[in-house]
Ligand binder design. Structure first.
Ligand SMILES: Nc1ncnc2c1ncn2[C@@H]1O[C@H](COP(=O)(O)OP(=O)(O)OP(=O)(O)O)[C@@H](O)[C@H]1O
Length: 615
């Protein structure tokens, strides 16, 4: 690959190995997943890692890619020690996971653009790089197509393009063609060969496919955490020695006798023809054919296969080990590169962190813009509260309370409008995790905290925008139109949105299963809303319920907004607009805002800690 002066890695000289691993070990409780692996891979080489299930391939690749910390041993990527300089190592790596990590809702170009931001590709070069890499994998025509609509093979090629976008020196591929049909597999390989030959990228791949391993310059066979053989496919096969020759002749008995005498070989004869083993079969056969004075109908020379090599070194055949592949679908049961806590790569500087943060934020905005139906639906609930429930309940109430009830309800409706999208941010993390995109982000050369902040800011923006739309209806329920009041309410809405977004993000880092997350949200949302003082004042609650309400962050959010509105309504009925009280003390609005901000800060710190442990 041509060097890029702005991002070309400085430092190690050309002769430095692309990958060097020494004494690499990974111990999990009760298992030595990788047990002393040594590897040296030259720049531009293609290297295949073959091994049965559970041999330690994925664990090795995870350690080489800085995504898992070795129990002992050392890895250098283009001369950069992965323990001390993980960010530099990561920038030199392109990674293609076993399962797709594309954002299926975005276009091919948008996926590439996000990757460029994550890897801090100079902005002026991004458009050209996108076109180049798309052309490299033959996807120029798919530039603006949504990934969801691309075939499995096209997605794989797009992932290759994305992994190459930041011009890595080394491309790691964990089972690159798993789940693809033979045609798509051949196509992916055509592009990989092209990349290897023309872009001078080092390839390191794990595979169960012997024909894929055959295409590598060198391979290593790993079994039970140890490399049992290493070399070029030809070298490995030559260790097994002789080729197998099969002949079908007009007189097998005479031919067998002659071959036995002339070559001193054991010849096996059966109804199908005769067979024998001889070193350099392709060289020996033509001479033999001229010497045989019987007609030969068919002759075949078979070299030892990698499967034979595998059997020789491990005692079992790799074909028996290959996982079943549902056509076109990733193999869910197969291993994945895990991304553990200790892989935090350091930073590429504050600008790179900000850019990654901005990337995550912009992605949230894109999702919001495209999901118009979702945005409309989440506005319906507060509108129902306000204009259906509000009108109905207002008619049940006598006198001034009834007249002011919708006004009373307005602050609760605003908080509800912000709360829906804020809580959805946690759900989107769940989907990112399940859809794989989270892994693409976590493998980037930036702090995870930056990614989390970007996500929270995105959720906060969406939630604030949703609530601001409802704020536009303020005049309909009698909220005075005052610039300062609207500005205050908007500011408070941003704070409420931020706090609720962070709490939902925290929840998403505490719960692993999306179904469980959905259930938890369903169970907590109703009590949160009903115990917030949105529908009835806290003074109307029995003391135990009012006590619970004080532990609900939404209570403070509603109280802050209601008191802000009430300050502009001299005639507000006091029985409805009573401020929240602790005994006889009414905490000031500023203190309530401070409480929410403290909750947001604490929640963000905890969520960041949890986020750094996501695997
Ligand atoms: N996080 C983990 N905790 C405990 N054991 C683990 C963990 N990850 C891997 N292992 C164990 O380490 C060994 C090697 O696993 P690894 O996933 O590296 O194998 P693999 O060669 O990639 O297998 P496959 O071909 O099935 O993907 C296995 O015994 C596996 O159970």
């Amino acid at each position: 690959m041509r060097p890029d002066t702005a991002t070309a890695p400085a430092g190690p000289a050309r002769a430095t190995p692309a990958i060097r691993a020494t004494g690499l070990r990974k111990r999990y409780p009760g298992v030595d997943a990788v047990d002393g692996v040594d590897l040296t891979i030259a720049p531009g080489e293609s290297f295949g890692f073959l091994g049965p299930n559970g041999a330690g391939k994925t664990t090795t690749i995870a350690m080489l890619c800085t995504l898992a910390v070795p129990t002992s041993g050392r890895v250098e990527i283009a001369g950069h020690d992965t323990r001390t300089d993980a960010a530099a190592a990561r920038r030199r790596i392109g990674l293609i996971f076993q399962e797709s990590t594309l954002d299926a809702e975005l276009t091919a170009a948008e996926n590439l653009r996000f990757h460029a931001d994550l890897y801090d590709v100079p902005p002026a070069r991004v458009p050209a790089r996108i076109e180049e890499t798309l052309a490299l994998v033959g996807l120029t025509g798919c530039r603006d197509r949504v990934v969801h609509d691309l075939s499995g093979g096209m997605r794989r090629r797009l992932e290759i393009a994305r992994a190459l976008l930041h011009r890595p020196q080394i491309l790691f591929l964990d089972e690159p063609t798993i789940g693809l049909d033979p045609n798509a597999r051949a196509q992916v390989w055509r592009y990989l060969r092209h990349v290897c030959e023309n872009e001078a990228v080092t390839l390191f791949l794990t595979t169960h496919h012997l024909e894929e391993a055959e295409q590598c310059d060198r391979i290593a066979i790993i079994d039970a955490g140890r490399i049992v053989a290493q070399g070029s496919p030809a070298e490995l096969k030559s260790v097994l020695g002789a080729d197998r020759v099969e002949l079908r002749t007009g007189d097998d008995a005479a031919a067998a006798l002659l071959i036995g005498e002339r070559l001193g070989l054991d010849v096996t004869r059966d109804g199908q023809g005769l067979r024998f083993q001889v070193p350099g079969g392709a060289r020996v056969l033509p001479r033999l054919l001229t010497e045989l004075d019987v007609p030969v109908y068919e002759a075949r020379v078979t070299s030892p296969s990698l499967d034979d090599v595998f059997l020789h070194h491990t005692g079992h055949r790799i074909r028996d080990e290959a996982p079943a592949e549902p056509p076109g679908a990733p193999d869910a049961a197969s291993s994945v590169v895990r991304v553990p806590a200790s892989s935090e790569p350091g930073t590429g500087g504050p600008r790179a962190e900000l850019r990654a943060m901005g990337m995550v934020w912009r992605r949230e905005m894109l999702h919001f813009r495209r999901d118009r139906l979702g945005a409309a639906i989440s506005l319906v609930q507060p509108l129902v509260f306000l204009f259906i429930l509000g009108v109905g309940l207002a008619n049940l109430m006598p006198g001034p309370s009834g007249d002011a009830y919708q006004l009373f309800l307005f602050s609760g409706a605003l908080v509800t409008a912000a709360q829906g999208p804020a809580l959805a941010t946690g759900t989107s993390i769940m989907w990112d995790r399940q859809g794989g995109f989270l892994r693409e982000m976590l493998a980037g050369p930036v702090h995870r905290g930056s990614l989390l902040v970007g996500k929270c800011l995105g959720g906060t923006t969406v939630a604030s925008c949703q609530a601001a739309i409802l704020l536009a209806t303020a005049g309909l329920v009698g909220v005075p139109f005052d610039g300062v009041l609207i500005a205050l309410l908007l500011g408070e809405l941003v704070l409420v949105s931020l706090t609720m977004t962070i709490l939902s993000v925290l929840l998403s880092t505490l719960i692993r299963r999306p179904q469980t997350f959905g259930t938890v949200l369903t169970v907590i949302i109703a009590p949160l809303v009903f115990l917030s003082g949105s529908f009835f004042p806290l003074s109307a609650m029995p003391s135990w319920m009012a006590g619970l309400a004080l532990a609900n962050p939404l209570t403070y959010a509603v109280d802050v907004m209601r008191r802000t509105i009430a300050a502009y309504l001299p005639a507000a009925p006091p029985q409805l607009f009573q401020p929240l009280s602790l005994g006889s003390w009414h905490p000031p609005v500023v203190l309530e805002c401070g409480l929410m901000a403290a909750l947001a800060a604490g929640g963000l710190t905890w969520a960041a800690r949890r986020f750094s442990r996501i695997t």
